[in-house]
Write a protein that binds this ligand. Structure first.
Ligand SMILES: [Mg+2]
Length: 367
């Protein structure tokens, strides 16, 4: 029997890309986004995975995780992952630690698929050929013209039938503008389109319930983080008081986080981010947990990192087509094909189907 192929080299780099306009949501403002990229080599193949976070994530990978990979069999992700996790026990796993493991795990899965000569979604057991997406942006910092242009791009250029905008402006202190922008988004997506909002913890519980009455009149069917995602009882109170689906989970850094959120009855749909939660490996443990609670999952951001694994998730609602990450991933990778029919379609080429473009990325490199 042939000896299993082993990891020969692992490298990490980081790229900071300015936004195309100042961006803000209910509780935060930003002007740039940093991608932390992991590449792992074996037998002439390279696997690629990434997360969006601090350069500190890259430092942690270079110092602690990357050296652990060398010489490990490429097909042994199930044994490598627990070793990565335990290596960060005393460093701090949730947050930057789990994001570091996430990017590394995603690169290992891509490498494994390439070494085996399979498309990644086939290796993972695809159950669908299309992953539905929804347009996501609609920042509170946009003026009416900027919002109109973004909505038109999603609806008319990308042919998306679902869109989401940010509300909860200035910690929930400008409800009138929130509602005016939701009205504009309803006009932009049309009567038949699905309209979602994300308050990013900008409201109080009672305020969120009151807001939901107005959102109902505009047929908003997705109310994301109406209150802090740490307030599971509060999320549940909003959920019981409003018609829209209440959702959260993007700050989930472990299986246990999602277990607590599901058991609390806090949400109608769990949002899972493979670039934060522990990678493809942990996402594949979270989805059956969600299924046992009769919940769908929705992929949070980093669309091309999620495409293959979400094609293998039976209880999938959709994937977030997040403005900032779409820009970066389409710039940095060949093979990041545009959506069709309001969905992304996993490519039948090996691995994740993407090829890194060093010339496009190098002007933004910071690590
Ligand atoms: Mg969100």
């Amino acid at each position: 029997m042939a000896r299993p192929l082993s990891v020969e080299r692992a490298e990490v780099s980081a790229y900071t890309v300015p936004t195309d306009a100042p961006e803000a949501d209910g509780t935060f403002t930003w002007t740039e986004t940093t991608m932390v990229l992991v590449r792992i080599w074996a037998d002439g193949q390279v696997g690629t995975g990434w997360t969006y976070g601090s350069v500190a994530t890259a430092t942690l990978i270079r110092q602690t995780l990357a050296p652990m990979l060398i010489g490990r069999p490429v097909t042994d992700i199930g044994r490598i992952w627990p070793d990565l996790r335990i290596a960060l026990r005393n460093i701090g796993y949730p947050g930057i630690g789990s994001m570091a493991v996430s990017a590394t795990d995603c690169a290992l899965w891509d490498l494994k698929a390439r070494v085996l000569g399979l498309p990644l979604h086939r290796l993972l057991g695809a159950v669908r050929d299309a992953v539905p997406i929804y347009g996501s942006g609609g920042f509170t910092s946009y003026d009416d013209e900027q919002l109109a242009a973004q909505l038109a791009g999603w609806v008319h250029d990308d042919h998306l039938t679902r869109v989401k905008i940010k509300i909860g402006e200035a910690w929930g202190t400008d409800q009138d503008r929130d509602l005016a922008r939701v009205r504009q988004a309803r006009d932009g997506v049309g009567d038949q389109g699905e309209l979602y909002v994300d308050a990013i913890a900008g409201y109080t519980v009672a305020q969120a319930v009151r807001m939901s009455y107005a959102l109902d009149t505009l047929d908003v069917t997705w109310f994301e983080e109406p209150v802090s995602s740490d307030d599971l009882a509060g999320l549940r109170r909003v959920r019981e008081g409003c018609q829209a689906d209440v959702t959260a989970g993007e700050y989930g850094y472990s299986l246990d986080y999602f277990a607590r959120m599901a058991e609390a009855g806090a949400v109608d749909c769990l949002q899972v981010d493979a670039t934060r939660c522990g990678g493809i490996s942990e996402l594949l443990r979270i989805t059956p947990l969600a299924a046992a609670h009769h919940l769908d999952i929705s992929g949070h951001c980093a669309p091309y990192q999620h495409l293959a694994v979400l094609a293998a998730v039976p209880n999938l609602r959709h994937l977030e087509w997040f403005h900032d990450h779409v820009r970066i991933e389409q710039l940095f990778f060949d093979g990041a094909d545009p959506p069709r029919d309001s969905a992304l379609h996993p490519p039948e080429s090996v691995g994740n189907g993407l090829t890194w473009r060093p010339d496009a990325a190098s002007p933004f490199q910071v690590f």
